[in-house]
Structures are given as C-alpha cells and as structure tokens.
Design a protein around this ligand. Sequence first.
Ligand SMILES: CC(=O)N[C@H]1[C@@H](OP(=O)(O)OP(=O)(O)OC[C@H]2O[C@@H](n3ccc(=O)[nH]c3=O)[C@H](O)[C@@H]2O)O[C@H](CO)[C@@H](O)[C@@H]1O
Ligand SMILES: C=C(OP(=O)(O)O)C(=O)O
Length: 429
Amino acid sequence: MQKMLIEGGHKLNGNVRISGAKNSAVALLPAAILADSEVVLEGLPMISDVKILAHLLEEIGGTVTWNGDRTIHIHPERMLSMPLPNGKVKKLRASYYFMGAMLGKFKQSVIGLPGGCHLGPRPIDQHIKGFQALGAEVTNEQGAIYLRAKELVGARIYLDVVSVGATINIMLAAVKAKGTTIIENAAKEPEIIDVATLLTNMGAKIKGVGTDIIRIEGVSSLNGCRHTIIPDRIEAGTYAIAAAGAGREVIIDNVIPQHLESLIAKLREMDVTVDQSDEQLYIAPKKILKSVDIKTLVYPGFPTDLQQPFTALLTQATGTAVVTDTIYSARMKHIDELRRMNARIKTEGGAAIITGPVQLEAARVKASDLRAGAALVIAGLMAKGITEVTGLEHIDRGYENMTEKLIKLGANVWREDLTSEEKTQLHNS
Ligand SMILES: CC(=O)N[C@H]1[C@@H](OP(=O)(O)OP(=O)(O)OC[C@H]2O[C@@H](n3ccc(=O)[nH]c3=O)[C@H](O)[C@@H]2O)O[C@H](CO)[C@@H](O)[C@@H]1O
Ligand SMILES: C=C(OP(=O)(O)O)C(=O)O
C-alpha cells in the first residue's frame, strides 16, 4: 500500500499525453467475447480496471496476450459462460458488461453485482429491464445476477434514466439477437460510439449511436477485428483542470477537444485561456480566476466525472460557486477532505458552495473514490506544503502513470510505501 506525496507550488509546464479512455476500454474488452475470432485492441490505458478485465477474459477461457504494452490480442474461440459470482468482478463497475456480452454470446451468464466508485446508489435496473425485454429470465441469487434465455429477440426498450452502462450493455446483448432492437432515450457519450464502432467492425448492424435512439439489426455471427480506442476525455479534463489551477502553459496531447466542450466553456468563463487544435489543448490560466457555477448533466453536458476535480479548482477562484451533481447527488466525499486543506465549502440542499480564493494548506487526506483522488491531487499541487494522499487504489483504477505524467509537467510528486502504523491508522479511519 502506498501514498502519494505532492509538494505544492511547482507550476505545471509542458506537455502531457493522454491515454486511451477507461470507460471505452472497460466495455471494449468484454465486447470481444462476442467475436468468433481474434480481436485486437490498440491504445488501451494501463490501469487496474483494464488489467482486471483482461484477467476475467482469461478466467472464462479466452487467450489474452499483450503486444507492446498497450495492444491486446484476445482470442475468444474457447471462451465459455463461466459463472463469475465473486472475486475480481467486485473490484470495478464495468464487470457488468460481462452480463450483456455473455448473454449475447452464450444466452446465459452469472455475474456478481459490480463494485466501482461509491457515489451513492448505483442501481442496474435499466440494464435488467433491457435484458428482460430481449427475452432473458433474470434472477438475483445471493448477490449474483443470473441471466438465462432460450433465445434473444429484438425489442423496443425505453430507458427511464439516460444510462451509459445500460445503453452499452443492451447493445452488447442485442447485436446477435433475432430481429430489431431499438433503444430509446439512449446515452450519447463518446465511449458508446467507440464501442459501437468496434461492434460494427465485427459485423454488427447498429445505427443512431450518438443520438438518443439506437437501432440494432441482429446478426448471427460476429468476426474478429482490430480497433484503436479513443483518448480519455476525463483524464484530459483532469489535466486541463490541474493546469488551470496550478499551471503556467500546458499542452495536452492526444485529446479530442469536441469531447470536452462543456469543460472548455467553463474554463474560458473562468478566464483561463484555452486553445484547441485537432488533437491538442493548450491551457494557460490568468492570475485571477473567476468563479463559475456548474451542474453535471448527461453528455454533452458537464461530466459528473470532472465535478470533483473542478470543485478543487474552484477553491482558487474569486467569488462564490455552486456545484450541483444531477447524476450522482452523493458524489461529495471529496469535500470533507478539501476542507481539511483549508477549502471554504458548504453543502446546502445537495449542492456544494465554494468560496474562494483561499490558500490551500497541505494535509493528510484520503481518496474515497477515483475522481475524489484526482481532486485531492490537484488540491495538493495548489497547496502550501507537502500533501499526502492515500487510497491510491482508486486513482490507479483510472489514471495511467499519474505520478510520472505530473513529474514530466514539473510537479514534485512521488509515491512511498505506507508504514505499518499508517496502514493501521488507515484501516481504522
Ligand atoms: C464504467 C463507466 O462507464 N462508468 C461511467 C458510467 O457509469 P454508469 O454506467 O454506472 O452510470 P450511468 O450512466 O448508468 O448512470 C447514470 C445515472 O443513472 C442511474 N441509473 C443507471 C443505471 C440504471 O440501471 N439505473 C439507474 O438509476 C445512476 O444511478 C445514475 O444516477 O457513467 C457515469 C455517468 O456518466 C460515469 O460517472 C462513470 O464513470
Ligand atoms: C465513476 C467512475 O468510474 P466507475 O463507473 O468505473 O466506478 C469514474 O470513472 O469516475
């Protein structure tokens, strides 16, 4: 177990290269189950979620080889619908994609309820509703979801809430179903388009991704293919926010700026200079940042996954900002930790109200989830003194080589093993 130490006050400067998108990768890997021959995925991020999913593919009989460190070759020919009720599936959210992919391929699956960030309740009722509409019988037995179908038949499915996971999971189950499936009120995130691109390359017939109505004509078999993943807009956004709060001039490489329009608009409202080209963002903050309100929404609205890092940035802005998370109203565990660092944040009626600017002070803080971790690291870059962040297993789920990337930008950041006393303290906290 380790902690990250961040000596604040070193301005970020230079280039940072963004890795492949976590939320695409975690769906592309299970999607490979549906193919009859080799699937090659290029540009995967080297994060723990990806490593766990690759192991799960092996657990169900797949052959997985890494070529170079970011290209994976998956042979699905010997995969079986092995039950995965416990163990690794609980370590991440996206193990739920094994449900849709195994149901689509084998007409049955047994998967433990997923883990992932604790952001308040994260039901999967819309996934289940979709599987049932396609003809699956669904039972929950001792914390595992059992899915069985004689055959899957296309259906019209209206999502009661716009859900990334349910949209992708229903696509995975429907691509080999008999007839036509229509998903209404579908989510439109770029990662959904990336998954649909892979499935289309495999031979699936999907129309309308990126709109709220997706139409899928089932096919009887899917072949292997090669696919390059899109860049991670949330990782890019995290570095853009860090640059706005603790940077001089930062260039973010390997990004699709159109995926970050809501963030770019908010940074510009704060008076941060943001220039964009095809695959780069240039970020240069002014001395004084203006406060802005944010409200998280489904894509293309402001992403909930950037709410916590952005809240850290707002501690440096002049005025009062109101942050509302309409996707996960309980995604506020970073706030107590930011307060430990001298942030002036109140919570009222589910919103966070941040008054700034304040001089953040270093403290020992704990990441309760992935983006809370990113928020605390950003706060550490802006704080006086050496901040210690624990809970790095959350950060490692979604940020490849964060320490190395920050060092390259000029930050003074390093990791140390926890002493046994610190481990005990952490365990008891
Ligand atoms: C692996 C992955 O891609 N994770 C992302 C995905 O999570 P995930 O796919 O879990 O999030 P969803 O888009 O499904 O959730 C959106 C909202 O719908 C609710 N809901 C969802 C499904 C359902 O069956 N019933 C229901 O009520 C959720 O509680 C939440 O309030 O999208 C979230 C919202 O952009 C991001 O924060 C996560 O980073
Ligand atoms: C909430 C997140 O991830 P997950 O859905 O995988 O828990 C995230 O990426 O911010």
